[in-house]
Design a protein around this ligand. Structure first.
Ligand code: PLP
Length: 354
């Protein structure tokens, strides 16, 4: 159970219900809030980045903020094994595997692969999963559609064998996990109050807060937290796989569940999902997205990934081009991580000459 830094103006009931939640301190917080001038020129906006790619070492990325709450819940319930799922290069699976190893928990990962007969590629996230000693079970895309049932089945058989399993949904995206991003917005409020967001107005210093959306938990937490802590006028979740309608429903559901856990959050927020930059498929970036990623790395040293953050940044650029985000807007982009996935995707970067 952590003690939160005081925040002036925060309702006592909100603070008390956040403090009451069991939470492990696993991430390196607060993450930096950076002004990136090279992005100002490229996007025509005043761009800041919240460096949630720097939440940790090998466990870094957005998932650790959710796992601080989810794994605390697992321990509070006396569980000894965590079960979760994801794509083969899932950042969430990797963060879970490494944090489970750190806490002395066993970890079962159901990873979606194109061919279950093929050996796993020992690269990127998978390499880290294997190093963490995770019990990896390959499943097909068809089986993955019933992932919650599959994880429940695994939990049942582990329980019969005398273990105490804890199931973490895809992406750690449920009401409890999403509160990790309410707390991230609270952290941002502290940074803004300390003057770390430049000379913007302290009340709603950003016009837009933008981030990638893959399972909806980050979006739900940002939506609730950005409103509660007056961070931005609008939160835009850039979808990387499903369409806007699907994600809006999912995010609203997760946000409702989060509000049931922390009742002083305002449940009346409507998600804003932008699906213009989903790219060719989940995990596959377009030529334009890869070129943008390379250009940003070269001009700013900020490394995005082709599965999530590169698409979100491309979506933001398209939104400015369309006029959906006005030129000159103050934009806060959350860099949610994903570096291991990039390092496993070198073959997609044919244009880079060595
Ligand atoms: C999982 C992930 C996201 C998406 O977050 P969700 O909460 O699953 O929507 C964004 N960026 C990276 C790098 C991720 O690993």
């Amino acid at each position: 159970m952590g003690t939160l830094l005081p925040l002036s103006g925060e309702p006592a009931a909100l603070r008390a219900s956040l403090e009451a939640l069991p939470r492990l301190r696993l991430a390196h917080l607060p993450t930096p809030l950076l002004k990136v001038r090279a992005l100002d020129d490229r996007l025509g906006c005043d761009v800041w980045i919240k460096r949630d790619d720097a939440t940790a070492g090998a466990e870094a990325g957005n998932k650790i903020r959710k796992l601080e709450l989810l794994l605390a819940d697992a321990l509070a319930r006396g569980c000894d094994t965590v079960i979760t799922c994801g794509g083969v290069q899932s950042n969430h699976a990797r963060a879970t595997a490494l944090l489970a190893a750190r806490l002395g928990l066993r970890c079962v990962l159901l990873l979606r692969v194109s061919d279950v007969a093929e050996p796993l590629p020992k690269t990127g996230n998978v390499l880290l999963d294997l190093l963490a000693g995770a019990d990896i079970r390959r499943i097909t895309a068809d089986e993955y559609r019933a992932r919650d049932q599959r994880m429940y089945d695994v939990a049942q058989s582990l329980a019969i064998a005398g273990r105490k399993p804890y199931v973490i949904p895809e992406g750690g995206s449920n009401g409890l996990g999403a509160i990790g991003y309410v707390l991230a917005m609270r952290e941002l409020r502290g940074q803004i109050d300390a003057g770390l967001a430049g000379n913007a107005p302290k009340d709603r210093p950003f016009d837009v807060i933008a981030h990638a959306c893959g399972s909806g938990g980050t979006a739900a937490g940002v939506l609730l937290g950005a409103h509660t802590y007056r961070i931005a006028a609008r939160a835009i979740a850039f979808a990387v796989c499903d369409d806007a309608a699907t994600f809006s429903r999912r995010i609203a559901g997760i946000a409702r569940d989060a509000c049931a856990i922390v009742p002083s959050l305002d449940a009346a927020q409507t998600p804003h999902v932008d699906d213009h930059a989903r790219g060719p498929a989940y995990g596959v970036a377009s030529d334009e997205q890869r070129a943008l990623l390379a250009d940003i790395a070269r001009t700013s040293g900020v490394v995005l990934d082709p599965v999530y953050t590169g698409k979100a940044m491309h979506g933001l650029a398209l939104a400015v081009r369309r006029g959906d985000v006005a030129l000159g807007s103050r934009v806060l982009f959350i860099h949610t991580g994903g570096l291991p996935g990039l390092l496993a995707a070198g073959d997609a970067f044919d244009d880079l000459r060595g």
